[in-house]
Design a protein around this ligand. Structure first.
Ligand code: ADP
Length: 462
């Protein structure tokens, strides 16, 4: 898919990147920058002054108090810090400001490079109705339902639901984080569900726009990683299965998705690449699909680096973060689609600082830390003995990633890696992950997006 045009586009060079994030992903991005010979400016909130990545940074600046709204989401403070330190580009990581089109725009207006897609692509994909329309135009398969907003007219709403067929799901166009959606089993619940979701959307997302689609009952979550340069070249780097979720939060991810033949996934991957071209995408991104009865249904695109990117790095052999930075510099992709070869099987476990029963975040000091190592084992983390886990942020403290020639071998390797991991002083989900990797249905790959919740409910009742 690489185009061989020789047109000269002025490269967007920079030699210093500000990383507008924290925790494991800040460490990960810093590593990629240094591997490329790029200097880093790291930021922190008052709660993160201890971060070890300060040691390898050119500059380490506090941009505000502990609450994220006053620090990691404080656009003015972050832009000022970038100007003061001479950073030429800003990497937003994931979460925080990574999918805020206005932030990407403000960075470009300040004459800096945003390491991510153009603001227009973020805005299109942030509006789920606009995203669906763009996907349909590019031939990406979508969930049955109109690509227009639901009107107020009760008759039209009823007709739309009947045409799709119950159960349906009402979703907020501006929704995110698994909020702003409601399943409707039959016509009796329809209008109340629409009214409630509309009000929730107005309050949570500042837009009352809704849409309706078919509710799939037993899907798997399968996603496709893309990588695009600013010269019209786009690649897809294989697929991941992220069906193991609790409250719409992914817990275990793997690549490739088990049991998916190239015959059914290849056309979907190519349609994603086509969609990237049509919307003028640049950088890394993920197309998320529900997969049921052999069919793929697009649900959303994440216009940023994802937590689970390492499993694709392990199978494709590509450093996705380095590639992301290189394309932001204006460089061309150095490989084409035929050269993307995914081998073996990779699994990631998210290690969270949380109570094993209530799942509430667990803050405190880590007084003992043993991390696994060895062939095919990778740990992405920012923690160390003596590290204080803050109550202010996401509970993700480490990612355990393994790679092996096939899925059973990867599962065996993950079991060993989990057994070799010890984190003392705080509560974590390690025991829960160890039990999950002993579960037979999971080992056979017979799961869907509800499996983990059902498995937890069964455990609680025994
Ligand atoms: P968000 O942006 O809030 O994460 P998504 O559109 O990605 O919203 O949906 C989040 C989750 O909600 C999905 O992973 C899936 O579990 C569920 N979901 C969304 N749409 C549907 C659907 N049409 N049928 C079944 N489940 C759905």
């Amino acid at each position: 898919m690489r185009q061989s045009s020789d047109s000269v586009v002025a490269p967007l060079r920079f030699d210093t990147v500000m990383i507008a994030n924290r925790g494991e992903i800040a460490t990960r991005i810093q590593r990629a920058c240094h591997a490329l010979g790029i200097k880093t400016v790291m930021i922190c909130s008052e709660a993160d002054r201890q971060a070890l990545y300060r040691r390898d940074a050119e500059h380490f600046l506090c941009v505000g108090p502990a609450p994220a709204a006053k620090s990691y989401l404080n656009q003015d403070a972050i832009l000022l810090a970038a100007r003061l330190t001479g950073a030429g580009a800003i990497h937003p990581g994931y979460g925080f400001l990574s999918e805020k089109a206005a932030f990407a725009e403000a960075i470009e207006r300040a004459g800096l490079v945003f390491i991510g897609p153009p603001a227009s692509a973020i805005a299109t994909m942030g509006d789920k109705i606009a995203a669906k329309r763009a996907m349909i135009a590019a031939g990406v398969p979508c969930v049955p339902g109109p690509d227009t907003a639901l009107p107020e007219d009760r008759d039209v709403i009823e007709r739309t639901a009947r045409k799709i067929g119950y159960p349906v799901i009402i979703k907020a166009a501006g929704g995110g984080g698994g909020r702003g959606m409601r399943v409707v089993a039959d016509a009796g619940q329809l209008h109340e569900a629409v009214a409630l979701t509309r009000e929730e959307a107005r309050q949570a997302f500042g837009s009352a726009e809704l849409y309706m689609e078919k509710f799939l009952q037993h899907p798997r979550h399968i996603e496709i990683q893309v990588l695009c340069d600013s010269h019209g070249n786009a690649l897809w780097l294989g697929h991941r299965d992220c069906s193991m979720q609790r409250r719409h939060q992914k817990v275990v991810e793997e690549a490739p998705a088990p049991g998916i033949s190239p015959r059914i996934i290849d056309p979907v991957g190519l349609a994603c690449v086509e969609a990237c071209r049509q919307i003028g995408y640049r950088g890394v991104g993920t197309f998320e699909f529900l997969f049921e009865d052999g069919r793929f249904y697009f649900i959303e695109m994440n216009t940023r680096l994802q937590v689970e990117h390492p499993v694709t790095e392990m199978t494709s052999g590509l450093d996705i973060v380095q590639e992301q930075i290189k394309v932001a510099q204006g460089r061309r992709l150095e490989i084409d689609q035929a050269e993307v070869r995914c081998t073996g099987h990779s699994i990631e476990c998210r290690i969270n600082a949380e109570d094993p029963d209530s799942f509430l975040p667990s803050a405190g000091m880590i007084d003992r830390l043993e991390l696994p190592e060895g062939e095919g084992v990778r740990v992405d983390t920012h923690i160390h003995e003596g590290y204080r886990v803050s109550p202010y942020y996401d509970s993700l403290i480490a990612k355990l990633i393994v790679h092996a020639p096939n899925r059973p071998a990867a599962i065996a390797r993950m079991r060993e890696a989990l057994a070799a991991t010890e984190i003392g002083g705080i509560s974590t989900n390690l025991a829960f992950l160890r039990a999950l990797f002993d579960d037979e249905a999971f080992s056979r790959g017979e799961t869907d997006i509800h499996y983990l919740e059902q498995w937890l409910a069964r455990r609680r009742s025994t």
